[in-house]
Ligand binder design. Structure first.
Ligand SMILES: [Zn+2]
Length: 146
């Protein structure tokens, strides 16, 4: 399960709507619960918008520069947090995990997809790619007002 704080969620939605009709992307920072009750539960407390570095048409594609991801990781550690996942948007498209998304994923992160329709946030879903990047299972996602 992955839960997103209101402040982080506002940042993600604002970024996704601002970049429409292009895909946006960014990093999610937070903590992973350890203990009997919240073991493995992810809490996103900060979202960091990252520039979509894809050189072609960005309406259906995003790319993260490795150095931008490293910087987000550094920022997380400096704040005592972890880099938990990556978010990106699907303009005028549902929040599913595409073949390209799967190929460009990494198995140790949560991938949150925000569907933006007509420039406004519509719905979201989170995915966990398997180690071979051949499939991604849906992860329970809790966002404010969801
Ligand atoms: Zn996608």
């Amino acid at each position: 399960m992955i839960k997103i704080d209101p402040h982080a969620w506002d940042t993600m939605v604002a970024h996704a709507e601002a970049k429409y009709p292009n895909e946006c992307c960014g990093a999610m920072l937070g903590s992973i619960g350890i203990g009997r009750i919240d073991d493995g539960q992810k809490l996103v407390s900060q979202a960091v918008p990252i520039e979509n570095a894809y050189a072609g048409a960005q309406g259906a594609r995003y790319e993260l520069r490795p150095e931008d991801l490293l910087e987000a990781d550094r920022r997380a550690r400096a704040a005592g947090l972890d880099l938990i996942g990556i978010f990106h948007s699907h303009p005028d498209c549902d929040a599913y995990f595409s073949k390209t998304d799967l190929e460009n994923s990494c198995p140790w992160y949560s991938f949150v997809v925000l569907s933006v329709k007509g420039g406004k946030f519509d719905h979201a879903a989170s995915f966990l790619p398997n180690p071979d990047q051949t499939a991604a299972e849906k992860e329970e996602l809790i966002w404010p007002k969801s």
